[in-house]
Design a protein around this ligand. Structure first.
Ligand code: MSP
Length: 527
């Protein structure tokens, strides 16, 4: 049975500075998975946005000589421009300073208070200002914030608390009964061992030390803690508890996939499900926790001069190369390393040698031997063809299996295995000898199979690299609309009497290794 809707979310980003490649990674991941589901005919919905309250934003705005609202609006536009440049097909962009969001946060807060889930107390703890999070002494790492490594300061304030303890057992039971809820699986144990087993602390959900936040209606000297505010975006964007109609909520909740980085896993795997339980709402089907893009010398940081911004790569190498690299090189379950060397290598090997060459060789042979006309399918006329067809179908299955388990890098690897196998098919069948020996039927079959496999490869890569897929469709003379359907992927008789164009530009041109490494390195050092 088809699951016919798919709601995917990214975290909402802090607009406290320029968006780097890590932010782009999460968003490209969500966009690609959404496109895959859309290709399968599902009703998809993708949400992204910006997380605009809190002390840090207030400070940054001040530094920029702007009001917080002016500043966050400007940054939301910066994000939207970047997503447009990266062809991100989100359906809604939420800013937490929008009235539609603020009203819902206030209603939820008061509801929790009325239900007795939120109570008033006093908070004393070690506070990390940039992370806006309190920690206990035992949570600190070398006396510093466990999330960002910076100093923490002792603080005390009157505050409201959410009674997490009330829901701990229910949460553990839910983890147990829903093995797909957390991916990868090891994150579940991490939550249990590091946070739940030692005793889940009640969460402090208001602040009085600054005022750039959503006011608690019944006690307005308090603003709602930025994480409770932020997490609600996934619901407020669907008009949950709003005066607007609830079509979106009915149609799309629960989310099918929520993608988050490892640093914010705790908020999404513990507090978020508990808030949802307190609201009596179903939980998202899967929360996917991805690891980080690291640099050779550790975390990206401005002071180290090792930050890479998406624009540096986009402007020079094009969108698809960047999207491919991010998804292929960053295994979701482990950290990936960005290096200029690896970027150039992947470009030259995977995109140029493997993919672009397969297309060029095929196009030029079909032109040479059949004047650009793709022969019709004649079944499998020998073992080599049969083997190629079986191999291809197996790769398509492998691809889907990996993708459905959100192992994106592995899914891409399955496509590239297919590309290599198809290149090898040329070497095995030696079309040039078949032409010389006038084995026309065999030659026709080889050309057909090559074009057909290119069609399949183009369909498979289209969620990740849509303009490259379109270029391939165009060069092999196929109307994208007719044949893009996912469900025709495994058929081998879909192409009839199409004509390839006479001469296509190579889709990727080999890069000069030294020059390009130096270029990227320079950009990283200078910005
Ligand atoms: N505002 C919160 C999220 C609230 S969601 C209800 C936040 N924002 S953030 O801008 O700091 O981070 C957003 C996302 O970017 C997180 O998922 C984080 O893991 C991710 N990344 C930040 N740096 C990254 C890398 N170097 N690599 C990959 N992802 C990274 O947290």
């Amino acid at each position: 049975m088809l699951n016919n809707k798919f709601y995917v979310t990214t975290p909402i980003y802090y607009p406290s500075g320029r968006f780097h490649i890590g932010t782009a990674y999460t968003t490209v991941l969500a966009d690609s998975i959404k496109r895959y589901h859309k290709l399968k005919g599902e009703d998809t919905y993708m949400l992204t946005g910006t997380d605009e309250h809190g002390q840090k934003i207030q400070e940054v705005a001040k530094k920029n000589g702007q009001t917080p609202k002016e500043y966050v609006d400007k940054m939301a536009n910066v994000a939207k421009e970047l997503w447009a440049k990266m062809d991100i097909q989100y359906d809604d962009y939420i800013q937490t300073t929008e009235t539609r969001h603020e009203k819902v946060v206030q209603k939820i807060f008061e509801k929790f208070k009325e239900q007795g889930d939120i109570y008033k107390g006093e908070y004393e703890g070690l506070y990390c200002v940039p992370c806006e999070t309190y920690f206990t002494q035992t949570q600190l790492v070398n006396g510093k914030c466990p999330d960002c490594g910076r100093d923490v300061i002792p603080m005390k304030e009157e505050a409201y608390f959410f009674n997490m303890k009330k829901y701990t057992d229910k949460l553990l039971k839910y983890y147990e009964e829903n093995p797909d809820f957390i991916k990868p699986d090891y994150r579940k144990n991490e939550m249990i061992n590091n946070f739940i087993k030692p005793g889940l602390e009640d969460l402090c959900v208001t602040r009085t030390t600054f005022d750039w936040g959503i006011k608690v209606p019944s006690d307005p000297k308090h603003v709602v803690y930025v994480w409770l505010d932020a997490l609600v975006n996934y619901l407020s964007a669907l008009n949950y508890l709003s005066d607007e109609d609830d079509t979106l909520m009915k149609k799309y909740w629960p989310a099918d996939l929520q993608i988050v980085g490892k640093d914010i896993a705790r908020f999404h795997l513990i507090y978020w499900p508990i808030f949802l339980m307190a609201l009596d709402l179903p939980l998202p089907k899967t929360i996917l926790v991805h690891n980080w893009i690291m640099m050779k010398d550790g975390k990206m940081s401005k002071s180290k001069g090792n930050v890479i911004y998406p624009e540096t790569l986009l402007d020079r190498y094009g969108l698809d190369a960047v999207r491919y690299f991010l998804l292929r090189e960053m295994p979701v379950a482990q950290d990936g390393i960005f290096s200029p060397e690896q970027f150039v290598e992947r470009y030259n090997f995977d995109l140029c040698n493997d993919l672009s060459n397969l297309l060029n060789r095929t196009i030029s042979m079909v032109n040479k031997y059949f004047d650009g006309n793709v022969p019709n399918y004649n079944g499998t006329i020998n073992e080599v063809d049969k083997e190629l067809e079986e191999f291809t179908n197996k790769q398509i299955d492998n691809f889907e299996m990996k993708l459905n388990n959100y192992e994106i890098a592995n899914a891409l690897q399955e496509i590239w295995t297919l590309i290599s196998r198809t290149n090898k098919y040329i070497d095995e069948t030696m079309p040039w000898s078949l032409a010389k020996e006038e084995k026309t039927e065999q030659l026709k079959s080889v050309m057909y199979h090559l074009i057909e496999n290119l069609r399949k490869i183009a369909i498979l890569i289209s969620p990740f690299m849509s303009s490259t897929a379109n270029k391939i469709f165009k060069q092999i003379g196929i109307e994208k609309n007719e044949l893009k359907l996912w469900y025709s992927l495994k058929n081998y008789d879909k192409i009839e009497n199409v004509k390839t164009i006479q001469k296509g530009e190579p889709i990727f041109m080999r890069l000069n290794k030294e020059e390009e490494i130096a270029y990227i390195q320079d950009a990283m050092n200078n910005k």
